[in-house]
Ligand binder design. Structure first.
Ligand SMILES: Cc1cc2nc3c(=O)[nH]c(=O)nc-3n(C[C@H](O)[C@H](O)[C@H](O)COP(=O)(O)OP(=O)(O)OC[C@H]3O[C@@H](n4cnc5c(N)ncnc54)[C@H](O)[C@@H]3O)c2cc1C
Length: 415
């Protein structure tokens, strides 16, 4: 059977894989983007009811890829963050972690709903002639040879390229087939996500409440609306999900900032079992992993997708530099540059979120006092607060070119 040839094969056309396809095509590479789900399913605004807290660096990447212009008018800047500690029904702790105008570059982050971002990304992909967008096609096998790797689809069709990228999420078959094992843990928590409407404006403020069973995030959306990410122990979450809407809202209301007033539910509630799942390696023979395929983290800090977009921007830089030097993009030398660049950030973020979840998801009296003091200390110490804000905004460390401040006249140098 003949093989369709490309420069890069991306297995998984989610937000990470789709962004990578655009970034590589923009650098002149011919890319096949393969996803198991049909287009109609992924462009349905109800496909995923979540909303994403995008770091400043992620917004820069999406802007450089021509996606941000399609969503900006329907996004909500995060103008402040207020993190508090306390029991359900009890008032929030007086000692809080508060962020506001720490970044001279702009807001701390921006909220955008998946039902806005995903269709915009897929529309940008459809407009890019260098991307072969292969939807409704499940990857079932892959093999790495001396000059190319091949990927086999459920239909029996085979594709070949010097490099395969696994962007197929936290249960990555691409990683498993390459013999890359995973480590991590189940948190015993499930995140309930939904959108609420409320009586009073949110003022662009995101609230993070650390409750003993798990964190509750209230994230501002356009209008008098907020996205909820409520992490509870698995059994309690199942009971909350089984409640009728009115009873669910009655359980949620005492945990929300009183400033929002009366609340209502928009759309459906969804459940997301929470895990930490790290691939033991980010690369293999003629293979690189990006996004959740490399690292799935707890959503407590809203960093999972941001981390994946940092992989995308770094891999695009590494491959652009390899192309300029005439190197084989799937060679061990090129791939290890990518792994070295991303390895530390990945492990550091996974460790930080894991520590955070474990330190905050309990009501041990001594630890509660320490937590509150810690939050108040970060709030009080300006340079520390700014450093934390820059880290969360993805502006710390060695930034890939797609995440750097764009030149004033537009246009941008690769790598
Ligand atoms: C409750 C919750 C809230 C979150 N909030 C935030 C947030 O605010 N900010 C943030 O940065 N992150 C957040 N995250 C993390 C974020 O959801 C993930 O990091 C991100 O969605 C991962 O995207 P991805 O493209 O890597 O993987 P996925 O979204 O899992 O995409 C994988 C794709 O691969 C395809 N696929 C799988 N197997 C195959 C196959 N064999 N063949 C072909 N295609 C295949 C799938 O169809 C899918 O489209 C949150 C996570 C949770 C659980």
């Amino acid at each position: 059977m003949t093989e369709a040839r490309h420069d890069v094969l991306i297995c998984g056309g989610g937000l990470a894989g789709g962004s990578l396809a655009l970034a590589l095509a923009r650098d002149g590479l011919r890319v096949a983007l393969i996803d198991a789900l049909p287009h109609a399913r992924r462009t349905d605004p109800a496909f995923d009811g979540r909303a994403w807290a995008l770091a400043h660096a992620s917004v820069r990447l999406l802007a450089a890829l021509g996606v941000w212009a399609r969503v900006q008018g329907r996004s909500q800047p995060i103008l402040g963050v207020r993190a508090t500690d306390g029991g359900a029904g009890a008032p929030p702790s007086p000692l809080a972690l508060v962020f506001g105008d720490e970044l001279e570059e702009g807001p701390l982050g921006t909220m955008v709903e998946d039902g806005v971002l995903r269709p915009a990304l897929l529309a940008a992909i459809a407009a890019e002639p260098r991307i072969a967008d292969i939807a409704g096609a499940r990857v079932t096998a892959q093999a790495a040879g001396p000059a190319a790797a091949t990927v086999t689809l459920a239909s029996g069709e085979r594709l070949a390229a010097p490099l395969v990228v696994g962007a197929d999420g936290r249960d990555s078959g691409t990683a498993a087939r390459a013999g890359i094992s995973r480590r991590g843990a189940r948190y015993g928590q499930t995140a309930i996500t939904c959108t609420i409407t409320h009586e009073f404006p949110h003022g662009g403020i995101a609230h993070q409440r650390f409750l003993p069973a798990g964190p509750l995030a209230v994230l501002p959306l356009p209008g008098h609306r907020s996205a909820i990410v409520w992490s509870e122990a698995d059994t309690a979450a199942a009971a909350l999900l089984a409640l009728p809407d009115a009873a669910f809202l009655a359980a949620l209301a005492p945990r929300l900032p009183a400033t929002l007033g009366r609340i209502g539910l928009e759309g459906r509630r969804a459940a997301h079992p929470l895990v930490l799942s790290l691939a033991e390696a980010m690369i293999g023979p003629r293979l690189a992993l990006v996004g959740d395929a490399a690292h799935a983290v707890h959503p407590v800090a809203g960093q999972g997708l941001n981390l994946g977009l940092r992989d995308v921007a770094a891999l695009a830089d590494v491959l652009a530099a390899a192309r300029r030097r005439g190197e084989d993009p799937g060679s061990p030398g090129v791939l290890s540059r990518y792994a070295r660049w991303r390895g530390f950030d990945t492990v550091a973020m996974a460790a930080a979120t894991d520590l955070f979840v474990r330190a905050f998801s309990n009501d041990l009296p001594g630890l509660a006092g320490l937590r509150r003091l810690g939050m108040a200390a970060v709030t009080a110490i300006g340079p520390l607060r700014r450093a934390v804000a820059r880290e969360a905004a993805g502006l710390a460390g060695d930034l890939p070119s797609l995440m750097r401040e764009p030149p004033p006249e537009g246009g941008r140098e690769g790598g």
